[in-house]
Design a protein around this ligand. Structure first.
Ligand code: HDD
Length: 739
């Protein structure tokens, strides 16, 4: 007779609790290890465990004969291959993921009872997936697009998913419009063009008819849409959520991720080049950084708003097209996330993870944001098609680190072997197990918000100020950032074939900022529409009164917000930045070694680029290993460039068109450039040499970002400072560089 398992007394510490409390290295990693296979030194088998003797030849009737149906080894292998693909995500198909940990700095028990935000000792395992939105799974990383920033916390109370973006607002206010938005931005349905781009008619047609998208369009046309690295992006939960404390008191909250490397972008011309040279640029950058131990870090930020302040703002907290300016509610940095391990298998982990902002834990709850509410339906629903049935939570990457017991059973690919006769509740045959959990013992209870309302399809008037925050964003940008927005809009609308759509979009821009609209109109060769012709909101019901749906204007209390400009970001580190050293045979070895050592000591990654791969022979006959030849490397894949000295080397570089192009392009993209005194002639061969003062030196560092000198310590320190600036955007102004 088998011994009956006595259930643990609820509320007491279970074995798994003890295991978790003991804090193994990372409880999720340990759990995944049980499902991880390593073929090193192993025999080859079929899926039934049969050792395979010949994986080179199918079974045939004679050595030239037809292949036999009997060949179960061939059939098994080909059948599996034939079914290897699953549908890509309907949005956010292109993504890259990583494992890590999160730890809170101080207990947040005064605002939330979520255990992982209360215990400063506990490291919570996380898995993060970054993504672009519009492109397919194999599309370029450098598309002008919003980036997904989805974080799963494997907490001791179940999985909590914060499924956000790198922009704090969204295009639409109601989830009912999401399929329309995505149909508009995806490649056009007749010819499936263009891939991973919003620069086409259907997107701008929709946007120009939906003034509520104005604020998000400003973000999407800004440099935020062209991150230098996934590690250098902010993240936002976008919606207003709720935090609930032990006593049941709720506060509103906005979630932020603040990258410790700062927020940095690339130039649009550069992005387009990278898309050709290395479409995996962001994925590779994330992977390489983690492999090299330069673990990406973000601080979790919270904007906490007491419930009683719900109506204190001149926008609606439930409107996802609005942000809460940091000047009104400061972001408190409450904890740190570190990504420290690459996935073992892209498909098993990054592809199969199924995020859902409905995965919450006690202490966190939703608000009535209508976009959020619709999302609560979509995420589980989409996994049913994508992952092929209702058991996707059993896939290792999706399993919580706590045990799961309920009465859900069966379905395709069920993994768990549930014991016992009862799969219903209440039951008397199985001790009424599994048992419901009291709130005091960690059972989830929804926040008891009082609702008294009529059922109707409506939006509150408080959702109709569509332009104030779009203007706040534009006004908060630095001059180069504003120029980039003008250029982005001129580019995107320039790709729109229907002139009426371009014209209508100008009418939207006019309502954001007349100067912006005028500049874009100039680029497009169009005139601004007269006031009477400004586009109306077309997103209204059949019986709706257009007057009721008109955009209105609330004079915001804030004209500018420093937090919205990337110009004010952290610029104090060159950690994990990529620097190219251009050189050739006859190089001055000392100048290379000194600069390389200094940059490496500061955490940068340095590569030697020369005419040929292999080795170069320096002036002193030293052999220096070359990382890439000019044919393989490109300046767009680096943050800065140094030209080494040595009479023969610089003569070669001066005559090497690719080296000169490398420098011209680096200059065009506003990067830090440094050269050994010997290499002045190489700089003189560039297009930009005539833009430099005749005897440029250290003094020119800050305005032009070009440094010439002896490659000594002072020089190296200055170069480090220049790289940390990220870009010298002011350089773009004269627009002289044709590279
Ligand atoms: Fe969504 C995926 C973020 C609105 C429906 N969404 C998805 C992902 C991110 C976001 C980061 C990728 C997750 C991953 O890496 O697997 N989505 C957002 C944000 C939104 C938003 C920040 C607005 C604030 N989404 C939104 C709406 C709907 C969806 C309004 C539907 C009504 N989103 C989906 C989806 C996806 C998805 C179709 C596709 C794949 C998936 O869920 O797992 O369900």
């Amino acid at each position: 007779m088998s011994k009956k398992n006595t259930p643990p007394k609820l509320g007491t510490e279970t074995a798994i609790d003890k295991k978790l409390a003991a804090q193994p290295e990372n409880s999720k990693t340990a759990q995944l290890a049980e499902h991880t296979a390593d073929a090193t030194g192993e025999r080859m088998n079929t899926n039934t465990g049969l050792n395979i003797n010949d994986d080179q030849n199918s079974l045939k009737a004679g050595d030239r004969g037809p292949t036999l149906l009997e060949d179960f080894i061939l059939r098994e292998k080909i059948t599996h291959f034939d079914h290897e693909r699953i549908p890509e995500r309907v949005v956010h198909a292109r993504g890259s993921g990583a494992h890590g940990v999160f730890k809170v700095y101080e207990s947040l028990s005064s605002v939330t009872k979520a255990k992982f935000l209360n215990d400063i000792e506990r490291e919570t395992p996380v898995f993060v997936r970054f993504s672009t939105v519009a492109g397919s799974r194999g599309s370029t990383d450098l598309a002008r697009d919003v980036r997904g920033f989805a974080v799963r916390f494997y907490t001791q109370e179940g999985n909590f998913d914060l499924v956000g973006n790198n922009m704090p607002v969204f295009f639409i206010q109601d989830a009912l419009k999401f399929p329309d938005l995505i149909h508009a931005v995806k490649p056009e349905p007749d010819n499936e063009i263009p891939q991973a781009a919003s620069a086409h008619d259907t997107f701008w047609d929709f946007i120009s008819l939906m003034p509520e998208s104005a604020h998000m369009v400003m973000w999407a046309m800004s440099d935020r849409a062209l991150p230098r690295s996934l590690r250098m992006m902010e993240g936002f939960g976008v919606h207003t959520f709720r935090l609930i404390d032990e006593a049941g008191k709720a506060s509103f909250v906005k979630f932020h991720w603040k990258p410790l490397l700062g927020v940095h972008s690339v130039a649009w011309d550069e992005a387009q080049n990278i898309s050709g040279k290395d479409p995996d640029f962001h994925r590779r950058d994330l992977w390489d950084a983690i492999e090299s131990g330069a673990f990406p870090e973000w601080e979790l930020g919270l904007q906490i708003i007491p419930e009683e302040d719900e109506f204190k703002f001149d926008f609606d907290l439930l409107d996802p097209t609005k942000l809460v300016p940091e000047e009104l509610v400061p972001v408190q940095r409450v904890g740190k996330m570190t990504l420290n391990r690459n996935p073992d298998n892209f498909f098993a982990e990054t592809e199969q993870i199924a995020f859902h902002l409905g995965h919450i834990v006690p202490g966190i709850d939703f608000s009535n944001d209508p976009l959020l509410q619709g999302r609560l339906f979509s995420y589980t629903d989409t996994q049913l098609t994508r992952l092929g049935g209702p058991n996707f939570q059993e896939i290792p990457i999706n399993r919580p680190i706590v045990p799961v017991h309920n009465n859900q059973r069966d379905g395709f690919m069920r993994q768990t072997i549930n014991k016992g006769k009862t799969s219903y509740s209440p039951n008397s045959l199985g001790n009424n197990d599994p048992q419901q959990v009291k709130e005091a013992d960690g059972g989830f209870v929804s926040y008891q918000e009082r609702i008294e309302a009529r059922k109707l399809r409506r939006r509150n008037k408080s959702f109709f100020d569509h332009f104030s925050q779009a203007r706040l964003f534009f006004n908060s940008q630095s001059d180069p950032e504003k120029n980039h927005i003008v250029d982005a809009l001129t580019f995107e609308l320039g790709k729109v074939k229907t002139v009426a759509i371009r014209q209508r979009m100008l009418g939207i821009l006019e309502q954001i900022d007349k100067g912006l609209a005028t500049q874009v109109a100039f680029g497009l060769g169009l005139h601004l529409p007269a006031k009477a012709d400004l586009p109306a909101n077309q997103s209204i019901p059949a019986d709706g009164d257009p007057a009721e749906y008109q955009s209105m204007q609330v004079d915001g209390s804030i004209a500018r917000s420093a937090a919205l400009s990337m110009a004010n970001t952290i610029k104090n580190t060159i950690k994990s930045r990529k620097i190219a050293i251009l050189t050739a045979d006859g190089a001055n070895a000392e100048s290379i070694i000194n600069i390389k050592n200094k940059l490496t000591a500061e955490g940068a990654v340095v590569e030697i680029i020369a005419p040929r791969q292999g080795y170069i022979t320096a002036e002193n006959d030293a052999q220096i290993e070359v990382d890439q030849s000019f044919l393989v490397a490109a300046s767009v894949l680096f943050d800065a460039v140094y030209v080494a000295g040595g009479t023969n080397a610089v003569a070669t570089l001066e005559a090497e068109a690719n080296a000169v192009h490398f420098l011209n392009e680096a200059f065009k993209h506003c990067k830090a450039i440094a050269a050994h005194d010997d290499a002045k002639q190489v700089l003189d061969a560039t297009y930009f040499s005539k833009k430099l003062p005749p005897d440029y030196s250290e003094d020119t560092v800050l305005n032009e970002g070009v440094l010439l000198g002896d490659a000594g310590n002072k020089f190296a320190n200055l170069f480090v400072k220049m790289i940390a600036q990220h870009r010298f955007w002011e350089r773009e102004k004269p627009r002289l560089i044709p590279a």
